[in-house]
Design a protein around this ligand. Structure first.
Ligand code: 5GP
Ligand code: ZN
Length: 113
């Protein structure tokens, strides 16, 4: 996707503060953090949002959960963290390339706003 911001980060056309990378997944610090720790975990494949996942994507979705676990361990988030996937504009999605927010190191409220 030529005009997709996160595809450009994947291709290193836009700089990001990368905290994790493998063949299929990239993790980087959010440019506008909403908590002391705010990392985005992103499949390298362009998937617009959760509603566009196909059968072939299921394995990498599971891998993303494992990467989130590993990042949480490496960043010492054992006291708690929140994982958020905003899906569609009405739910707060602003970048239309699937991403998992990891937020930590402050208190979170429930229900979320
Ligand atoms: P969404 O609103 O789609 O759930 O989340 C998109 C996130 O991407 C936001 O938290 C926003 O701060 C972050 N973001 C937007 N542009 C950039 C960028 O150029 N670099 C980085 N690292 N994060 C970005
Ligand atoms: Zn993309």
């Amino acid at each position: 996707m030529r005009d997709c911001l996160f595809c450009k980060i994947v291709k290193k056309e836009i700089k990001a503060d990368i905290v994790y990378e493998d063949d299929e997944i990239i993790g980087f610090n959010d440019i506008n953090p909403q908590a002391p720790v705010h990392i985005l975990v992103v499949p390298k494949k362009h998937i617009e949002d959760l509603t566009k996942i196909e059968k072939d994507d299921v394995r990498v979705m599971g891998r993303i959960m494992e990467v989130i676990k590993d990042i949480a361990k490496e960043k010492h988030l054992e006291s708690g963290f929140r994982v958020v996937v905003n899906t569609k504009e009405s739910a707060g999605q602003s970048v239309f390339h699937l991403h998992f927010h990891i937020l930590s190191q402050r208190r979170f409220h429930w229900p979320p706003g």
